[in-house]
Design a protein around this ligand. Structure first.
Ligand SMILES: *[C@@H]1O[C@H](CO)[C@@H](O)[C@H](O)[C@H]1NC(C)=O
Length: 290
């Protein structure tokens, strides 16, 4: 009985600790944003391609496309989006998506230098409206004779843990360029995310932390008290089994004395009558003993 009570308490306590440490450990994960399928954590969050109609989802039929990767299965999830941006265009060509994370990488497919098409790359990047990273520029001569898959065009880390808006753009008014966007990956850390209303989230985090700790301590204290009470009950029971007579005396010793022994005020013959006694009137038991 004694050991089972304690082991139950320990089990509760250990599972609480495991629960907290597990939720701490499971917080950092790498997520992907596929060009077609979108965010691995939220399929509704898909990249936006502008201008509309200027990007082609691949593979599949593409009239007039001269950049056709021979091994589409080497693309992430087998898909990519491509477009050609011309220096004379009056718009930028962009891929845009949002993510909540602390690091970001973007991957493209590069054409071979032999392709009969615009083959050079000229990408610049914006994070939350600010230029970020090193522009990815590849002249045709920098390319190889084969398609190159899974090429990192940008890698950012040490980002503020908040929701970011990312834009990859072709904006050159000097050179034509091409892009075959395959996917992005980012590191999501569930802990310490700073929401857009930063003050509120800080307050929320502090309040959450304090309330969480208080709840945890309260729970642990209740468990300890419960375990002690159980232990006391168990000991009393064990004593009762060992010595039934002593147990009977111990059950409720106070009423036993009150009934058998007169109290000092009843034997002191009047002068001890207190205000309390007169207010309440003498208890019935007294008249029996006098
Ligand atoms: C693509 O590149 C990333 C980063 O270099 C790497 O982690 C990943 O395994 C690569 N994927 C394939 C299919 O090669």
């Amino acid at each position: 009985m004694l050991t089972s009570s304690w082991s139950r308490f320990l089990l509760c306590y250990l599972s609480l600790i495991l629960y907290f440490s597990a939720s701490v450990n499971g917080l950092i994960e790498t997520r992907t944003i596929d060009d077609a399928l979108g965010d691995s954590a939220d399929p509704n969050a898909k990249p936006i391609y502008l201008p509309k109609g200027q990007w082609t989802p691949r593979p599949g039929n593409c009239v007039g496309c001269n950049i056709n990767p021979k091994n589409p299965e080497l693309a992430f999830k087998g898909t990519w989006h491509d477009t050609t941006h011309f220096a004379t265009d009056d718009h930028n060509s962009t891929v845009q998506f949002s993510f909540t994370g602390i690091a970001l990488s973007v991957f493209c497919i590069l054409p071979p230098k032999t392709a009969v098409a615009v083959t050079n790359y000229n990408l610049t990047f914006l994070l939350d409206g600010q230029p970020v990273g090193t522009p990815f520029v590849r002249a045709t001569n920098d390319l190889t004779n084969d398609y190159q898959y899974n090429v990192s065009v940008l890698s950012l880390d040490n980002l503020v843990n908040t929701q970011h808006t990312f834009v990859m753009q072709m904006a050159s008014q000097v050179n034509d360029s091409v892009t075959l966007f395959d996917y992005a990956s980012y590191i999501h850390n569930d802990q310490g995310i700073i929401s857009e209303t930063k003050k509120n989230s800080h307050l929320g985090a502090i309040l959450g932390g304090v309330l969480g700790s208080v709840a945890f301590l309260l729970g642990a204290t209740l468990l300890v008290l419960f375990a002690r009470r159980r232990r006391h009950e168990v000991r009393t029971m064990q004593r009762a089994e060992a010595d039934p007579f002593e147990y009977a005396l111990r059950i409720d010793p106070i009423p036993l004395h009150r009934q058998d022994m007169p109290t000092p005020s009843s034997t002191s013959g009047g002068y001890g009558t207190s205000i309390l006694d007169t207010e309440k009137g003498p208890p019935p038991a007294y008249s029996l003993t006098q």
